[in-house]
Design a protein around this ligand. Structure first.
Ligand code: TRP
Length: 332
């Protein structure tokens, strides 16, 4: 029996993923390897839509790769690669741009939001064509499932629309992928402002746990997390958003359920509870951080792993690109 195929991409926006990235997405990427054939890549071409210093872009890209491997993406079983290593992404991207309507692309909310915020003159065309490159990313691998956050739902929808349109005009070429929307159950909030999502773009960095940071720094952040009125360790997102967030974190890190944790911390004060969360965090992430640092120490070996991933992925991508070109009537 052939396994269904999963594909996803992630943009690296810094030198470290934060806890929200891990619990919200990467952890689920890793468990999908058990039952699916997976292709995971770092969307370094999409990252070009934001101007970044070259040395920073390359550092971030390698850091992302090292972290994915350290967190459990298994390069023996799965293909882990860089988007820019496979020319077919751009090649099929152009084809997708020729399938998409201008109006349809203009209605994409990510484009609308960002271009409204920054003004048309400061919006690059790549931000407009972003969804068509993303469609190519997905369709090249004939993916069945695309694990993404809720904010990417519209990008999967347009991918399906473009694939369906292509198939009906030129004959069946692409599998129609489905979004596999990652559970928001484990949603992690900012430690300082526990009503907003943990995110790099939030005001202060004190609320964001970066997994590559020095453990002592994260311990300090956890101990300084905003808590709530009262003194019981109970899950109640409305009345106790701070404590609830720490309970969600503790549950994700220890595998215990929230009710089990509430029982275990019955009568324990906030301070001691936070110390326990800090300890769990360090226990969980220290070995991962060490592994990532080790991988980063030998850059040629890390890049070699990415080349091997690209070689696996390229076979699939080129097969699909060839079929699409042939069906379009491009002379082969
Ligand atoms: N747009 C995605 C994000 O910002 C990243 C991405 C690029 C992606 N290509 C993809 C995700 C293909 C899934 C499939 O998170």
């Amino acid at each position: 029996m052939t396994r269904k195929r999963v594909l996803s991409g992630i943009q690296s926006t810094g030198e470290s993923f934060h806890l929200g990235n891990y619990i919200g997405a990467i952890r689920q990427w890793i468990s999908l390897q058990e039952d699916y054939e997976v292709f995971y890549f770092i969307a370094d071409l999409h990252a070009l839509t934001v101007e970044t210093k070259p040395e920073i872009l390359s550092k971030r890209t390698l850091a992302a790769a090292a972290q994915l491997l350290a967190l459990g993406v298994d390069h023996k079983r799965s293909a882990i690669f860089l988007q820019s290593h496979i020319a077919a992404h751009n090649q099929l991207g152009w084809v997708m741009e020729c399938m998409a309507g201008f109006g349809e692309a203009s209605r994409m909310t990510q484009f609308k939001d960002k271009s409204q915020k920054n003004g048309a003159d400061r919006t690059v065309v790549g931000l407009f064509t972003y969804p068509m490159l993303q469609a190519a990313d997905i369709l090249l691998y004939q993916a069945d499932l695309v694990p993404v956050g809720e904010d990417q739902r519209q990008h999967i929808e347009i991918t399906r629309d473009l694939a369906g349109r292509f198939n009906s005009r030129y004959g069946t070429t692409f599998n129609l992928p489905e979004a596999f929307i990652l559970k928001s159950g484990g949603k992690i909030f900012d430690l300082q402002d526990p009503t907003s999502k943990m995110s790099k773009s939030s005001g202060s960095t004190n609320g964001v746990l970066e997994i590559m940071d020095d453990p002592a720094k994260n311990v300090k952040k956890i101990k300084g997390a905003t808590t709530d009125m009262g003194k019981e360790v109970r899950f109640n997102e409305v009345e106790k958003p701070g404590i609830s967030n720490l309970l969600t974190i503790q549950s994700a890190l220890t595998g215990k359920t929230i009710p089990q944790l509430e029982d275990a911390f019955e009568g324990v004060g906030y301070g001691d509870f936070k110390s326990a969360v800090a300890e769990a965090f360090v226990t969980y992430f220290s070995p991962i951080r060490e592994r990532a640092l080790n991988l980063l120490e030998d850059e040629p070996a890390l890049i070699q792993i990415l080349h091997e991933g690209a070689a696996k992925a390229r076979v699939e991508a080129e097969k699909t690109l060839n079929l699409a070109y042939t069906n379009l009537g491009l002379v082969r």
